[in-house]
Write a new protein. Structure first.
Length: 353
Protein backbone atom coordinates (compact mmCIF):
# COMPACT_ATOMS: atom_id res chain seq x y z
CA UNK A 1 0.00 0.00 0.00
CA UNK A 2 1.26 3.46 -0.82
CA UNK A 3 -0.02 6.81 0.35
CA UNK A 4 0.65 10.14 -1.33
CA UNK A 5 -0.14 13.50 0.21
CA UNK A 6 -1.15 16.17 -2.25
CA UNK A 7 1.21 19.12 -1.92
CA UNK A 8 -0.28 22.51 -1.14
CA UNK A 9 0.29 25.55 -3.30
CA UNK A 10 2.33 27.12 -0.50
CA UNK A 11 5.18 24.69 -1.14
CA UNK A 12 5.95 25.87 -4.67
CA UNK A 13 9.04 27.72 -3.43
CA UNK A 14 10.57 24.47 -2.21
CA UNK A 15 11.61 23.30 -5.69
CA UNK A 16 15.25 24.10 -4.97
CA UNK A 17 15.19 21.81 -1.97
CA UNK A 18 13.38 19.06 -3.90
CA UNK A 19 16.11 19.10 -6.52
CA UNK A 20 18.83 18.53 -3.93
CA UNK A 21 19.21 16.96 -0.53
CA UNK A 22 18.96 19.98 1.74
CA UNK A 23 16.51 19.95 4.68
CA UNK A 24 12.88 20.81 3.79
CA UNK A 25 11.56 24.33 4.31
CA UNK A 26 10.43 24.91 7.90
CA UNK A 27 6.82 25.50 6.83
CA UNK A 28 6.62 22.50 4.50
CA UNK A 29 3.35 20.78 5.45
CA UNK A 30 0.35 19.95 3.28
CA UNK A 31 -2.65 21.71 4.85
CA UNK A 32 -5.90 19.76 4.79
CA UNK A 33 -9.35 20.31 6.28
CA UNK A 34 -8.34 18.11 9.22
CA UNK A 35 -6.07 20.97 10.29
CA UNK A 36 -7.70 24.07 8.78
CA UNK A 37 -11.41 23.48 9.60
CA UNK A 38 -11.33 25.38 12.90
CA UNK A 39 -13.87 27.38 14.90
CA UNK A 40 -11.70 30.48 14.97
CA UNK A 41 -10.25 30.11 18.47
CA UNK A 42 -6.84 31.78 18.89
CA UNK A 43 -4.01 30.76 21.20
CA UNK A 44 -4.33 34.20 22.83
CA UNK A 45 -7.89 33.27 23.85
CA UNK A 46 -6.64 30.40 26.03
CA UNK A 47 -5.05 32.51 28.80
CA UNK A 48 -1.66 30.91 28.28
CA UNK A 49 1.53 32.28 29.80
CA UNK A 50 3.28 34.87 27.69
CA UNK A 51 6.49 32.80 27.69
CA UNK A 52 4.58 29.77 26.44
CA UNK A 53 2.86 31.80 23.73
CA UNK A 54 6.27 33.00 22.57
CA UNK A 55 7.42 29.39 22.20
CA UNK A 56 4.23 28.42 20.37
CA UNK A 57 4.57 31.18 17.78
CA UNK A 58 8.31 30.72 17.35
CA UNK A 59 7.68 27.02 16.64
CA UNK A 60 5.53 28.07 13.67
CA UNK A 61 2.07 27.56 15.16
CA UNK A 62 -0.27 30.31 13.96
CA UNK A 63 -3.71 29.08 15.01
CA UNK A 64 -4.90 26.02 16.93
CA UNK A 65 -5.90 22.99 14.88
CA UNK A 66 -9.31 21.42 15.63
CA UNK A 67 -7.92 18.94 18.18
CA UNK A 68 -5.99 21.76 19.87
CA UNK A 69 -9.12 23.94 19.95
CA UNK A 70 -11.08 21.17 21.60
CA UNK A 71 -8.51 19.70 23.97
CA UNK A 72 -6.38 22.56 25.30
CA UNK A 73 -9.10 24.66 27.02
CA UNK A 74 -10.54 21.56 28.71
CA UNK A 75 -7.12 20.25 29.74
CA UNK A 76 -6.30 23.63 31.28
CA UNK A 77 -9.19 23.13 33.72
CA UNK A 78 -7.29 19.99 34.92
CA UNK A 79 -10.13 17.71 33.83
CA UNK A 80 -9.33 14.24 32.49
CA UNK A 81 -9.38 14.08 28.68
CA UNK A 82 -10.04 11.20 26.30
CA UNK A 83 -9.32 12.41 22.77
CA UNK A 84 -9.46 10.75 19.37
CA UNK A 85 -7.96 12.52 16.40
CA UNK A 86 -6.07 11.57 13.28
CA UNK A 87 -2.30 11.43 13.19
CA UNK A 88 -0.94 14.58 11.64
CA UNK A 89 -3.55 16.94 13.09
CA UNK A 90 -1.57 18.36 16.01
CA UNK A 91 -2.24 15.91 18.84
CA UNK A 92 1.22 16.35 20.37
CA UNK A 93 0.82 20.09 20.92
CA UNK A 94 -2.72 19.46 22.17
CA UNK A 95 -1.33 17.79 25.29
CA UNK A 96 2.12 19.41 25.49
CA UNK A 97 0.73 22.96 25.71
CA UNK A 98 -1.59 22.37 28.71
CA UNK A 99 1.09 20.24 30.37
CA UNK A 100 3.64 23.06 30.11
CA UNK A 101 1.10 25.64 31.26
CA UNK A 102 0.70 23.77 34.54
CA UNK A 103 4.44 23.52 35.31
CA UNK A 104 5.80 25.62 38.17
CA UNK A 105 9.44 26.10 37.19
CA UNK A 106 10.31 27.17 40.74
CA UNK A 107 9.37 23.72 42.00
CA UNK A 108 12.12 21.09 41.68
CA UNK A 109 9.76 18.18 40.98
CA UNK A 110 8.57 16.16 37.99
CA UNK A 111 5.21 17.76 37.22
CA UNK A 112 4.22 16.14 33.92
CA UNK A 113 4.77 12.57 32.74
CA UNK A 114 4.32 12.06 28.98
CA UNK A 115 4.30 8.42 27.91
CA UNK A 116 4.75 7.17 24.35
CA UNK A 117 5.27 3.64 22.95
CA UNK A 118 8.54 4.09 21.01
CA UNK A 119 11.96 5.65 21.45
CA UNK A 120 11.70 7.69 18.27
CA UNK A 121 8.34 9.16 19.29
CA UNK A 122 9.77 9.96 22.73
CA UNK A 123 12.63 11.94 21.17
CA UNK A 124 10.22 13.81 18.93
CA UNK A 125 7.77 14.61 21.75
CA UNK A 126 10.56 15.80 24.04
CA UNK A 127 11.79 18.13 21.30
CA UNK A 128 8.31 19.62 20.96
CA UNK A 129 8.28 20.23 24.73
CA UNK A 130 11.66 21.93 24.56
CA UNK A 131 10.69 24.08 21.59
CA UNK A 132 7.38 25.24 23.04
CA UNK A 133 8.78 25.73 26.54
CA UNK A 134 12.08 27.36 25.53
CA UNK A 135 11.19 30.72 27.12
CA UNK A 136 9.72 29.24 30.30
CA UNK A 137 12.88 27.81 31.81
CA UNK A 138 11.21 24.40 31.88
CA UNK A 139 13.54 21.40 32.16
CA UNK A 140 12.59 18.49 29.91
CA UNK A 141 14.11 15.01 30.09
CA UNK A 142 13.62 12.12 27.68
CA UNK A 143 14.33 8.53 28.71
CA UNK A 144 13.88 5.27 26.82
CA UNK A 145 15.08 1.71 26.95
CA UNK A 146 18.26 0.92 25.08
CA UNK A 147 20.17 3.80 26.68
CA UNK A 148 22.47 3.86 29.70
CA UNK A 149 20.57 3.83 32.97
CA UNK A 150 23.47 5.56 34.71
CA UNK A 151 23.05 8.65 32.53
CA UNK A 152 19.36 8.85 33.44
CA UNK A 153 20.12 8.54 37.14
CA UNK A 154 22.63 11.38 36.90
CA UNK A 155 20.18 13.57 34.96
CA UNK A 156 17.43 12.98 37.52
CA UNK A 157 19.71 14.24 40.27
CA UNK A 158 19.18 17.63 38.63
CA UNK A 159 15.95 19.51 38.04
CA UNK A 160 13.39 17.83 35.75
CA UNK A 161 9.92 19.32 35.29
CA UNK A 162 8.66 17.26 32.35
CA UNK A 163 9.59 13.61 31.89
CA UNK A 164 9.01 12.07 28.46
CA UNK A 165 9.67 8.41 27.76
CA UNK A 166 8.65 4.83 27.20
CA UNK A 167 6.84 2.98 30.00
CA UNK A 168 9.39 0.28 30.83
CA UNK A 169 12.30 2.65 31.44
CA UNK A 170 10.22 5.09 33.48
CA UNK A 171 8.85 2.27 35.63
CA UNK A 172 12.42 1.09 36.20
CA UNK A 173 13.47 4.56 37.34
CA UNK A 174 10.40 4.98 39.55
CA UNK A 175 10.90 1.51 41.07
CA UNK A 176 14.49 2.42 41.97
CA UNK A 177 13.24 5.63 43.66
CA UNK A 178 15.23 7.64 41.14
CA UNK A 179 12.26 9.24 39.38
CA UNK A 180 10.01 10.80 42.03
CA UNK A 181 6.48 10.93 40.61
CA UNK A 182 4.75 11.53 43.95
CA UNK A 183 3.99 15.17 43.11
CA UNK A 184 3.39 14.73 39.37
CA UNK A 185 -0.17 15.98 38.67
CA UNK A 186 -0.22 15.43 34.88
CA UNK A 187 -0.20 11.95 33.32
CA UNK A 188 -0.42 11.78 29.51
CA UNK A 189 -0.57 8.73 27.25
CA UNK A 190 0.02 9.36 23.56
CA UNK A 191 -0.89 6.55 21.15
CA UNK A 192 -2.95 5.24 24.05
CA UNK A 193 -4.28 2.21 22.18
CA UNK A 194 -0.71 0.92 21.86
CA UNK A 195 0.18 1.78 25.48
CA UNK A 196 -2.84 -0.17 26.71
CA UNK A 197 -2.13 -3.23 24.58
CA UNK A 198 -1.13 -6.44 26.43
CA UNK A 199 2.53 -5.53 25.85
CA UNK A 200 2.33 -2.37 27.97
CA UNK A 201 -0.87 -2.54 30.06
CA UNK A 202 0.68 -4.13 33.20
CA UNK A 203 3.43 -1.51 33.19
CA UNK A 204 0.88 1.30 32.93
CA UNK A 205 -1.00 -0.05 35.94
CA UNK A 206 2.19 -0.11 38.01
CA UNK A 207 3.24 3.36 36.89
CA UNK A 208 -0.03 4.90 38.04
CA UNK A 209 0.62 3.65 41.56
CA UNK A 210 3.61 6.02 41.79
CA UNK A 211 1.54 9.11 40.97
CA UNK A 212 -0.68 11.05 43.36
CA UNK A 213 -4.34 10.04 43.46
CA UNK A 214 -5.36 13.59 42.62
CA UNK A 215 -3.91 13.61 39.11
CA UNK A 216 -5.05 14.57 35.66
CA UNK A 217 -5.07 11.76 33.09
CA UNK A 218 -5.10 12.52 29.37
CA UNK A 219 -5.32 9.86 26.67
CA UNK A 220 -4.72 10.68 22.99
CA UNK A 221 -4.95 8.27 20.08
CA UNK A 222 -6.43 7.73 16.63
CA UNK A 223 -8.23 4.54 17.70
CA UNK A 224 -9.70 3.49 21.05
CA UNK A 225 -10.32 -0.26 21.34
CA UNK A 226 -12.31 -1.78 24.19
CA UNK A 227 -9.25 -1.98 26.44
CA UNK A 228 -9.22 1.83 26.53
CA UNK A 229 -12.77 1.85 27.89
CA UNK A 230 -11.70 -0.52 30.65
CA UNK A 231 -8.84 1.82 31.59
CA UNK A 232 -11.14 4.85 31.48
CA UNK A 233 -13.67 3.22 33.82
CA UNK A 234 -10.95 2.24 36.27
CA UNK A 235 -8.56 5.19 36.29
CA UNK A 236 -10.29 8.30 34.91
CA UNK A 237 -12.74 10.68 36.57
CA UNK A 238 -15.60 11.79 34.30
CA UNK A 239 -13.25 12.39 31.36
CA UNK A 240 -14.17 14.92 28.71
CA UNK A 241 -14.41 12.90 25.49
CA UNK A 242 -13.38 14.33 22.13
CA UNK A 243 -13.89 12.42 18.90
CA UNK A 244 -12.75 14.02 15.67
CA UNK A 245 -12.54 10.69 13.84
CA UNK A 246 -15.21 10.75 11.15
CA UNK A 247 -12.77 8.71 9.07
CA UNK A 248 -9.32 7.20 9.63
CA UNK A 249 -7.39 8.72 6.74
CA UNK A 250 -6.37 12.36 6.56
CA UNK A 251 -8.12 14.36 3.87
CA UNK A 252 -5.64 15.08 1.11
CA UNK A 253 -4.07 11.62 1.34
CA UNK A 254 -4.60 9.26 -1.59
CA UNK A 255 -4.20 5.52 -1.01
CA UNK A 256 -3.26 2.88 -3.57
CA UNK A 257 -3.21 -0.89 -3.18
CA UNK A 258 -1.18 -3.14 -5.45
CA UNK A 259 -1.62 -6.90 -5.21
CA UNK A 260 1.61 -8.43 -6.53
CA UNK A 261 3.66 -11.57 -6.10
CA UNK A 262 6.60 -11.42 -3.70
CA UNK A 263 9.12 -11.43 -6.55
CA UNK A 264 7.36 -8.45 -8.17
CA UNK A 265 7.47 -6.10 -5.15
CA UNK A 266 10.81 -4.47 -5.90
CA UNK A 267 9.76 -3.88 -9.50
CA UNK A 268 6.50 -2.37 -8.22
CA UNK A 269 8.41 -0.03 -5.90
CA UNK A 270 10.70 0.99 -8.74
CA UNK A 271 7.63 1.85 -10.83
CA UNK A 272 6.22 3.95 -7.98
CA UNK A 273 9.52 5.78 -7.61
CA UNK A 274 9.49 6.64 -11.31
CA UNK A 275 5.83 7.70 -11.45
CA UNK A 276 5.30 9.61 -8.17
CA UNK A 277 6.76 12.97 -7.23
CA UNK A 278 8.57 11.89 -4.08
CA UNK A 279 10.04 14.38 -1.65
CA UNK A 280 10.90 11.73 0.94
CA UNK A 281 9.45 8.24 1.44
CA UNK A 282 9.24 5.67 4.22
CA UNK A 283 8.89 1.99 3.30
CA UNK A 284 7.78 -0.44 6.01
CA UNK A 285 8.75 -4.12 6.20
CA UNK A 286 7.67 -6.76 8.71
CA UNK A 287 11.11 -8.17 9.63
CA UNK A 288 14.64 -6.89 10.16
CA UNK A 289 16.02 -9.16 7.43
CA UNK A 290 13.54 -7.78 4.91
CA UNK A 291 14.44 -4.23 5.94
CA UNK A 292 18.13 -4.67 5.16
CA UNK A 293 17.50 -6.66 1.99
CA UNK A 294 15.05 -4.12 0.58
CA UNK A 295 17.28 -1.17 1.49
CA UNK A 296 20.09 -2.84 -0.42
CA UNK A 297 17.87 -3.37 -3.47
CA UNK A 298 16.57 0.22 -3.38
CA UNK A 299 20.17 1.46 -3.28
CA UNK A 300 21.04 -0.82 -6.20
CA UNK A 301 18.20 0.78 -8.16
CA UNK A 302 20.04 4.07 -7.80
CA UNK A 303 18.01 5.75 -5.05
CA UNK A 304 19.51 7.13 -1.85
CA UNK A 305 18.32 4.97 1.03
CA UNK A 306 18.75 4.51 4.80
CA UNK A 307 17.37 1.69 6.91
CA UNK A 308 16.44 1.27 10.58
CA UNK A 309 15.21 -1.63 12.72
CA UNK A 310 15.09 -2.73 16.35
CA UNK A 311 18.25 -4.85 16.24
CA UNK A 312 20.44 -1.85 15.48
CA UNK A 313 22.26 0.04 18.22
CA UNK A 314 20.13 2.83 19.63
CA UNK A 315 22.80 5.41 18.85
CA UNK A 316 22.82 4.28 15.19
CA UNK A 317 19.02 4.42 14.98
CA UNK A 318 19.04 7.91 16.47
CA UNK A 319 21.57 9.06 13.86
CA UNK A 320 19.56 7.55 10.99
CA UNK A 321 16.35 9.18 12.24
CA UNK A 322 18.07 12.54 12.73
CA UNK A 323 19.72 12.53 9.31
CA UNK A 324 16.56 11.39 7.51
CA UNK A 325 14.49 14.09 9.23
CA UNK A 326 17.06 16.68 8.11
CA UNK A 327 16.85 15.62 4.47
CA UNK A 328 20.21 13.87 4.15
CA UNK A 329 18.51 10.94 2.40
CA UNK A 330 15.28 10.66 0.43
CA UNK A 331 14.16 7.12 1.32
CA UNK A 332 13.99 5.17 4.58
CA UNK A 333 13.25 1.45 4.91
CA UNK A 334 12.29 0.39 8.42
CA UNK A 335 10.35 -2.00 10.61
CA UNK A 336 7.43 -0.78 12.73
CA UNK A 337 9.60 1.69 14.72
CA UNK A 338 8.12 4.75 13.03
CA UNK A 339 4.48 3.71 12.68
CA UNK A 340 3.34 5.72 15.70
CA UNK A 341 2.96 9.47 15.47
CA UNK A 342 6.26 10.33 13.82
CA UNK A 343 6.11 13.76 12.18
CA UNK A 344 8.57 14.25 9.32
CA UNK A 345 7.17 17.10 7.27
CA UNK A 346 8.86 16.30 3.97
CA UNK A 347 7.57 12.71 3.77
CA UNK A 348 4.83 12.58 1.16
CA UNK A 349 4.93 8.88 0.21
CA UNK A 350 4.56 5.91 2.54
CA UNK A 351 4.71 2.31 1.35
CA UNK A 352 4.20 -1.02 3.09
CA UNK A 353 5.54 -4.18 1.48
Amino acid sequence: MAQQARPSSSTSNSDAWKAGLRPPPKDYRPQTEDVTATKGVEFEDMNLRRELLMGIYEAGFEKPSPIQEEAIPIALTKRDVLARAKNGTGKTAAFVIPSLQQVNVNKNKIQALLLVPTRELALQTAQVCKNLGKHMGVQVMVTTGGTTLKDDIMRLSETVHVLVGTPGRILDLAGKNVADLSECPVFVMDEADKLLSPEFAPVMEQLLSYLPKDRQVMLFSATFPMIVKDFKDKHMKSPYEINLMDELTLRGVTQYYAYVEERQKVHCLNTLFSKLQINQSIIFCNSTNRVELLAKKVTELGYSCFYSHAKMLQSHRNRVFHDFRNGVCRNLVCSDLLTRGIDIQAVNVIAST
